[in-house]
Design a binder for this molecule. Sequence first.
Ligand SMILES: Nc1ncnc2c1ncn2[C@@H]1O[C@H](COP(=O)(O)OP(=O)(O)O)[C@@H](O)[C@H]1O
Ligand SMILES: Cc1ncsc1CCOP(=O)(O)O
Ligand SMILES: [Mg+2]
Length: 264
Amino acid sequence: MENILWQHIQHLKNSVPLIHNITNYVVMNNTANALLAAGASPIMAHAQSEIEDMVTICQALVVNIGTLDEYWSMSMINAAKKANELGKPWILDPVGAGATSYRNEIIAKLLELKPTIIRANASEIMALAKVSNLPTKGVDSTAKSNEAIEAAKLLTKEFASVVCISGETDIILGKDQKLSLKNGNALMAKVTGLGCSASAITAAFAAIIEDKFEATSAAMALMGVCGEIAAKNSAGPGSLQLNLLDKLYNITENEFITHLKIGE
Ligand SMILES: Nc1ncnc2c1ncn2[C@@H]1O[C@H](COP(=O)(O)OP(=O)(O)O)[C@@H](O)[C@H]1O
Ligand SMILES: Cc1ncsc1CCOP(=O)(O)O
Ligand SMILES: [Mg+2]
């Protein structure tokens, strides 16, 4: 598995797919930089007049609801419909799922359109599957990844081909597949937008890899290993953000293979 994932990482750097991001104001810059560093080409666009043309020229789409509003949510729905019509992969990042009824209402509409991949933290995954009455804490998780496995299984069956629960352990679930990745560092949760970057990088791999379970695994492995190495050389969240970009750009095969921790 390690070698296959590394080949996918090389393939991304050689392919430079164009990734359309409808994402939130907080993370636009970090997300674009993370995509560039990993080997993709980002474009951020949400105007309704150009949304269908943009989906048409891109190889994958990210729908991230972090700072959604009435105008943007129509753009998201139209973009997802167009991606489905063209058979292009699209990734849902349901930032803050469960926080407000408006957010839940838009998520329900997006889920009906069956995202190719869902990437979210444990609290968001449980809110999506409506299996939790725990109070939400906005965009951050109050639960561990393994507490959201049953919820993720429900989502896999009902809506998406692949679901990723991120956190201390990243768990990727396909129809009959499961992979746990135990990389990363707790400091990663102190930098805003690393979940959003993980979702965007997942879109980049989904653009070039037919098997979406492997694509999601490659993205989360790359984020986790790079975050872990970067955190060791960082005094705090500020330098982690910069060191992570550098590591996404210059990770070597030896670093990747020796650090990768695949669980059961
Ligand atoms: N406690 C932790 N230990 C190791 N890695 C972590 C931890 N928390 C988050 N990460 C990593 O940070 C990235 C973002 O995940 P997460 O924080 O769950 O997303 P979000 O920002 O959407 O809540 C992932 O690559 C994940 O593996
Ligand atoms: C803080 C915040 N508020 C709305 S979107 C956003 C960014 C969330 O990013 P992530 O989920 O990747 O930490
Ligand atoms: Mg998030």
